[in-house]
Design a protein around this ligand. Structure first.
Ligand code: ADP
Length: 286
């Protein structure tokens, strides 16, 4: 790390930095552990044009979840640009592998987060899903929000990129007709929005933390669908979650439909290896 940045960060935290180590695992930004004699911090750096916007949206999401006092998020200390890079500085969470009990707590606390509600679906600002923009234009109808703000945006992008053809592309009307009976009685819940297994941490004392959110108010099962996309979080997580927020006879269909959004995002970000899964859900429901 450049010495200028190091002294800039040192001024922000008002401590001298004794060690900087690279952290691997992120796929968007460079990440570092910053050590001082008394504390540890986590830093993300990114030179992309929209990086500051991404970090601002991440900060907003972390703080929105944190404020609910249902599940912890790392405290953000600074979100700014320095020279030609955007940076996000936050509390470092010393983490460990999740035990059955930790996953049970995560499930319970996620359910508490999902009880935080709103009068609309969406959010008062747009954010990002991975590195793609995520529009959150508010709507009082979940069917309309999920069709226009989620599925159609990614379907259009896939078409533009030549990843899906016209005959694989359902109309808004067709999507809404299919979703209407499955989406009855959905209430807005504050979502993490990108809840795969890389986006939670269990601290060394067993406290669950959510990181890297793509928050908005949506159906709580959206987060559950994402947890199940690449393997699942284990029975203790789901038992604790569903003891609080129940499934119904349409849940498994909705999980498919909510996974479709994330699969489309993966198709648009990472290419055609996600094509088969996308098309099979499109054919099944639309
Ligand atoms: P990206 O946005 O580039 O995908 P991530 O937010 O996933 O980056 O972070 C990269 C790595 O750093 C991950 O392995 C994650 O577990 C770890 N990490 C993220 N936030 C913190 C934190 N506050 N404290 C400690 N480690 C963290």
């Amino acid at each position: 790390m450049h010495n200028d940045l190091k002294s800039h960060l040192s001024n922000i935290i008002k401590e001298s930095i004794t060690k900087v180590s690279v952290i691997h695992g992120g796929d968007i930004s460079e990440a570092f552990k910053i050590e001082t004699p008394d504390n540890c911090y986590f830093l993300k750096l990114n030179k992309a044009l929209n990086a500051l916007k991404m970090f601002q949206a991440e900060t907003y999401g972390l703080q929105l979840i944190g404020k609910t006092n249902t599940i912890k998020t790392p405290e953000v200390l600074a979100c700014d640009s320095f020279q030609n890079s955007a940076f996000l500085l936050m509390e470092f969470i010393e983490s460990k592998a999740a035990s059955t009990e930790d996953l049970e707590n995560l499930g319970k606390q996620l359910a508490h987060l999902h009880h935080c509600t709103s009068t609309y679906f969406g959010l008062d600002q747009n954010n990002f899903i991975g590195s793609l923009p995520q529009s959150n234009k508010t709507n009082i109808s979940w069917v309309k929000f999920y069709t226009t703000e989620r599925l159609l945006v990614q379907l259009e992008l896939a078409k533009q990129k030549g990843l899906l053809s016209n005959n694989e592309f359902p109309t808004a009307q067709k999507i809404e007709e299919a979703l209407e009976p499955l989406f009855a009685d959905v209430k807005p819940a504050l979502l993490h929005g990108d809840l795969w297994s890389g986006n939670y941490l269990i601290s060394s004392d067993g406290t669950p933390y959510l990181i890297d959110p793509a928050v908005y108010y949506g159906h709580n099962e959206v987060d559950i669908a994402m947890t199940k996309l690449f393997g699942g979080f284990g029975n203790s997580f789901y038992d604790a979650y569903h003891a609080n927020l129940k499934k119904d006879e349409h849940t498994s269909y909705r999980i498919d439909i909510y996974q479709l959004y994330y699969l489309l995002v993966h198709l648009n970000l990472f290419g055609s290896s996600y094509y088969g899964s996308v098309v099979s859900i499109l054919k099944k429901y639309f």
